[in-house]
Design a protein around this ligand. Structure first.
Ligand code: ADP
Length: 575
């Protein structure tokens, strides 16, 4: 019911007219339904008793039948409309919620499972709302008025009808539990299946998968996941089928019992012969309505309820409170600092960063070097506020940073994305609020012009073959990713291996240009190529999650340490 309330609120907010019209239509439907029962009884009485206004009753009956069909059609139309609207509203709310997640949440497989479950639950929301509306307004009202009628005729009838429906209630409980169990058992497999299908079909992976001749490998994984999911579904279905057979039997017995009770009541003289037809019509109608409500609507609402619960669990989960946002652009002397920071990934067994302390002033350039796996990328992400540290502090001008203080940092990822939009748009998304003139300046740099001239529609070329455009080379993509960072005038930039796909000599030129452009800002340059570390003010050497050396290139070359070892191992790249 709580979810029903939440969805009604969404529906009222986004489509007020339709949401109010539906209960009104339902009330009219109930009145027509009652009218039908009464008129049918009256017509039968007219025929049997040979008196009364047969033609008037018949004419009214025809009108009521027409009205009932019209009402049904209208209701279905507006239900569909509301259903689509609610699906849209819920999926938008979920999208907004997930967008607000701290980035560390996405590193947690359990949370990814929850997101996946919630996404698959969206479709059920509209149906759930509609079903409950039908039950609460149309069927609820109808049953209430019919109950009053039966109480007046003979309560025994009503007791028999309800008794026949009892097994259905148990069925709900069993179905609920097995559905919950099934979702828990299949959600991870479903995500795996998505991934393995992508490995075969998505453009990003397909080429490599073919070259590696790994299609059959992923196909086998897909089959395994599919049969696991199928088996779980089959188990749940088996359980439900057993109950369904029992429930069908109870319906049949119930119907026989109702006829028996009517005959018994007539013989006892508690119902007059003239009332038989009316009681019989009313009994069978209420019985079929209850059956429809239990078998159709309640069962449907009940099976959607679990899916809806998965959606609302994500929607209603409180997020960690954001501290007040810092005004980062007004200060000239900004300082970003880590103090005794340790960090471990969720599910990780040991700290990836250990007791890290460092300061970057605006206007200063720092290179973070070290072997693969030493923790450079993780440190960049903690510094940018993507991941909150386990221990220690991330400070902005001496004050604790709000998590995700993205305003103060522009981050160029090692595994940046090229989106299937135009080249210009791929750059524009770096900061959609940037004035046109700045965007033009970024697009008109010699670097970008060189790339654009080789493209069929210049800067308007779509960067994806999947959508009729082109693909850029790795080096070109990196230059676009760097240009994207130029869109935002941040006081700090973090570049994670920004030029790894560009050859070392060209890389030196590009980095000189880039650092020149960012002279006013603080820059943390993550690289395993020691050569470009010579261009910065200070170098930090990371080893197994600890800073083992810090200083300028000249200072570090005078020490016998990790830096000198790495530099000498790579020196032939720069000859
Ligand atoms: P570098 O950038 O120096 O290559 P990373 O920061 O990427 O190093 O990785 C440091 C360590 O953290 C590695 O042992 C890596 O396996 C681990 N790691 C990186 N990302 C994750 C993650 N999302 N979950 C768990 N462990 C991770």
């Amino acid at each position: 019911m709580r979810y029903f309330g939440r969805m009604m609120k969404l529906s009222l907010r986004d489509q007020t007219g339709v949401t109010l019209l539906i209960p009104a239509l339902n009330i009219v439907q109930v009145l027509l339904e009652l009218g039908y029962t009464m008129l049918f009884g009256a017509v039968t009485n007219d025929v049997v008793g040979g008196q009364g206004n047969l033609y008037v009753h018949l004419a009214l009956l025809v009108l009521v039948l027409i009205g009932r069909d019209l009402g049904n059609g209208l209701s279905n139309y507006y239900f569909d409309k509301q259903n689509m609207g609610v699906t849209r509203s819920v999926s938008h709310a979920l999208f907004e919620k997930i967008q607000g997640y701290p980035l560390l949440y996405f590193e947690d497989p359990k949370r990814r499972d929850r997101i996946n479950s919630a996404q698959t639950g969206i479709e059920a929301c509209g149906a759930y709302l509609m079903t409950l509306e039908v039950i609460l307004s149309f069927q609820g009202l109808y049953l209430l008025s019919m109950s009053a009628y039966f109480m007046a005729v003979d309560p025994l009838l009503f007791v028999v009808i309800l008794g026949a429906l009892l097994p259905e209630l148990f069925r709900f409980r069993v179905k609920n539990r097995s559905q919950e169990q099934m979702e828990q058992n299949i959600v991870t497999q479903r995500r795996r299946l998505d991934h393995d299908e992508q490995a075969i079909y998505a453009q990003k992976f397909a080429k490599e998968t073919r070259v590696l001749e790994a299609v059959s490998f992923f196909e086998a994984r897909c089959q395994a996941a599919l049969s696991h999911i199928k088996q779980e579904r089959r188990q749940a279905l088996h359980k439900d089928t057993k109950w369904s057979i029992l429930v069908q039997c109870s319906y049949l017995l119930g119907f026989i019992a109702i006829i028996g009770v009517v005959i018994f009541l007539v013989m006892q003289g508690r119902i007059g012969v003239g009332e038989i037809s009316m009681v019989m019509v009313a009994t069978t109608t209420i019985y079929s309505t209850l059956r429809e409500m239990f078998e159709g609507h309640l069962l449907q609402a009940d099976s959607s309820r679990y899916a809806v619960k998965l959606v609302f669990e994500v929607l209603e989960e409180p997020l960690p409170a954001d501290d007040e946002e810092e005004n980062v652009k007004t200060e000239t002397e900004n300082v970003l600092e880590l103090r005794h920071v340790s960090f471990r990934y969720p599910e990780g067994t040991e700290d990836v960063l250990k007791e890290i302390s460092l300061r970057i002033r605006q206007g200063e350039t720092i290179a973070l070097v070290g072997e693969n796996g030493s923790g450079k990328t993780t440190l960049g992400k903690v510094l940018a506020g993507f991941y909150p540290p386990e221990q220690g502090d991330v400070l902005w001008n001496g004050k604790q940073c709000a998590e995700g203080h993205l305003q103060s940092c522009s981050y160029v990822f090692q595994d940046y994305n090229m989106y299937a939009v135009s080249l210009a748009e791929n750059i524009r998304i770096g900061d959609l609020t940037t004035p046109k003139a700045r965007e033009r300046a970024v697009l008109d740099t010699p670097e970008m012009r060189e790339i654009c001239t080789g493209l069929p529609q210049g800067e308007n070329t779509i960067i994806s073959k999947e959508f009729g455009g082109v693909e850029l080379s790795g080096g070109q993509e990196q230059r676009v990713a760097i240009a994207r960072s130029d869109m935002k005038q941040a006081p700090f930039y973090i570049f994670d291996e920004p030029t790894a796909a560009i050859d070392p000599m060209r890389e030196m030129d590009l980095m000189k240009q880039m650092l020149g452009k960012k002279r006013q800002a603080g820059v943390l340059l993550i690289t395993h190529r020691i050569g470009i570390a010579t261009l910065v003010d200070q170098i930090l050497v990371l080893k197994e999650g600890r800073i083992v050396q810090r200083g300028s290139h000249q200072e570090l070359m005078r020490e016998e340490g990790e830096y000198k070892r790495l530099f000498e191992a790579q020196s032939q790249w720069y000859q």
